[in-house]
Design a protein around this ligand. Structure first.
Ligand SMILES: Cc1cc2nc3c(=O)[nH]c(=O)nc-3n(C[C@H](O)[C@H](O)[C@H](O)COP(=O)(O)OP(=O)(O)OC[C@H]3O[C@@H](n4cnc5c(N)ncnc54)[C@H](O)[C@@H]3O)c2cc1C
Length: 476
């Protein structure tokens, strides 16, 4: 039989990780390795991962770090021989903007949820009612019947009240995928919370007992960091992978979108169409967003078409450079979280979070300036789309200078937009994914990407590698 052929649709980190294993992984291609072709719709690989040069540094404009606790990203970095380029997070702790000033997020927070009355009481800026709600959870917890899945918001509101839910928990938990706690599934996004609610009694006590890992504010800076970046930016992982793949004969076709996925003929299970070509393939890995995957694979099975129900939030990142002497930062911490609906000049703030980039990542630190990054956008806040880059930068800079009172004018600024990079795991997401996976298995297709096993780089890499294993098993 002639050489087998696999097409990977999508050249984000999950598709590239799939292509890495399809072409032999760490050991490289062998005599039986398939021909691998990666189709990437945009001009460059990496999807959400992207670096640029700004303020004399190589910085990430998309994801700037990845969780160390999940092993998939660090394992891949080490496989590339890049272990010495891992940069450990250089600071811990964060601040919350409440009622027109910054408050340090207290210790005793598990993944964004307070674990004791003391941690709530030590956070200034909350009302008496919020403290009372925490006290009540400690002494006379509200009863809550939880079903198979619930929104994070329903659990936290019921147990700790609306103020703690929207001003404390939502900025931390909802921020990770630019979603709303009233939409996001506890089962898929925050299983420890669902378990804590199911345990009954005090939510804070149950969270404290389960505390799978300390929240960012309690994280010590130790030899086992919570997050890593890379010396040349997280985006360099994608460009390096692509270079290695091309070096071992994988074909990467940039600016080439897959337009249709059809049943193939003869030995080939699939025909993958682009505007100008058709590639026959024995196996296909679909590593695109849920919406794109639904368009391509939906005609094969209603459970694959149902992926269209997974909508994605967009985001804009505005990176700012200030003279060190012009910027007023809190004494510690990696950034600031801003609750939604925070008032701003007759409107509400666009900025949802602020990262002190060169404090978080020591390799970005310089003596004379400071680089910060403002995060903008939520699933239900797309106002940034209507602003051009100049207007967005001006508005965001004003907000940042308000958050960091006393800060002067920015020296330079850069806006980057991500129209739909963050899939929303709503209640029932696990069932939708299980059904899509079963349909994909029936159809003989592999699914990979941030839609399935968790939003984040390690999970995406893991899903790409699992998809590659599935495709290789299919080739026999
Ligand atoms: C602003 C932002 C900040 C983030 N910050 C972090 C962070 O700090 N840490 C972290 O771990 N995670 C972070 N994430 C999440 C992380 O970036 C993603 O989970 C991960 O990059 C998803 O990779 P992916 O390959 O699944 O999808 P994507 O990166 O979306 O890649 C999919 C690719 O498919 C291509 N494509 C689409 N349709 C077609 C088609 N028809 N044919 C061919 N190609 C197609 C797209 O062009 C794209 O390149 C962030 C995400 C965003 C958007």
């Amino acid at each position: 039989m002639s050489r087998t052929s696999v097409v990977v649709i999508g050249g984000g980190i999950s598709g590239l990780a799939a292509a890495w294993d399809l072409s032999g992984g760490e050991r490289g291609p062998g005599p039986n390795s398939p021909r691998v072709e990666v189709l990437e719709a945009s001009q460059r690989v990496g999807g959400s991962l992207a670096t640029t040069t700004f303020a004399g540094r190589t910085i990430d404009v998309g994801p700037d770090g990845f969780l160390a606790r999940r092993p998939e990203a660090t394992a891949l970095v080490r496989e590339l021989g890049w272990g010495d380029r891992l940069e450990a997070i250089g600071a811990s702790g964060a601040w919350l903007w409440l009622g027109e000033r910054l408050y340090e997020i207290p210790r005793g927070v598990a993944l964004g949820v307070p674990t004791s009355y003391a941690s709530v009481a030590s956070l200034g800026g909350l009302s008496y009612r919020a403290r009372l709600a925490a006290r009540r959870d400690q002494w006379l917890p509200r009863r809550l019947t939880v079903g198979e899945d619930e929104t994070i918001g329903r659990i936290v509101r019921a147990k700790l009240g609306a103020e703690l839910a929207y001003r404390f928990v939502e900025p931390m938990v909802g921020g990770i995928q630019a979603g709303r706690i009233d939409d996001l599934s506890a089962k898929s996004v925050f299983p420890a919370l669902l378990e804590a609610a199911r345990a009954g009694g005090s939510l804070m006590a149950a969270m404290r007992a389960s505390a799978p890992s300390p929240g960012p504010s309690t994280a010590p800076v130790t030899p086992d960091p919570l997050f890593y970046s890379l010396a040349e930016g997280v985006g360099s992982l994608a460009t390096e992978l692509a270079a290695r793949l091309e070096g071992r004969g994988v074909i990467i076709r940039r600016a080439t979108a897959a337009t249709a996925l059809r049943r193939g003929e003869g030995a080939y299970a699939w025909d993958v169409d682009t505007d100008s070509t058709t590639t026959p393939a024995h196996a296909v890995v679909l590593a695109t967003s849920a919406a794109a995957s639904a368009r391509l694979a939906g005609p094969l099975d209603p459970d694959l078409a149902a992926l269209a129900r997974v909508t994605s939030a967009g985001a804009a990142m505005v990176t700012l450079q200030f003279d060190r002497s012009e910027v007023v930062l809190p004494e510690r911490g990696t950034g600031v979280l801003v609750p939604l609906a925070t008032p701003w000049r007759g409107d509400t703030m666009l900025v949802t979070a602020l990262t002190f980039l060169d404090r978080k990542w020591a390799h970005l630190r310089r003596d004379d300036d400071v680089v910060l990054r403002a995060h903008v956008g939520r699933i239900d806040d797309r106002r940034w789309i209507d602003l051009d880059d100049d207007a967005l930068i001006e508005r965001v800079t004003d907000e940042v200078r308000h958050l960091l009172a006393g800060t002067g004018a920015a020296r330079d600024a850069l806006a980057q937009r991500f129209p739909d990079g963050l899939p929303q795991y709503r209640v029932g997401h696990d069932r939708l994914v299980a059904a899509a996976r079963a349909a994909a298995a029936r159809a003989g297709l592999e699914l990979a990407g941030a839609t399935y096993d968790g939003v984040g780089i390690p999970a995406s890499i893991g899903s790409g590698r699992r998809a590659a294993a599935g495709a290789l098993a299919r080739l026999g």
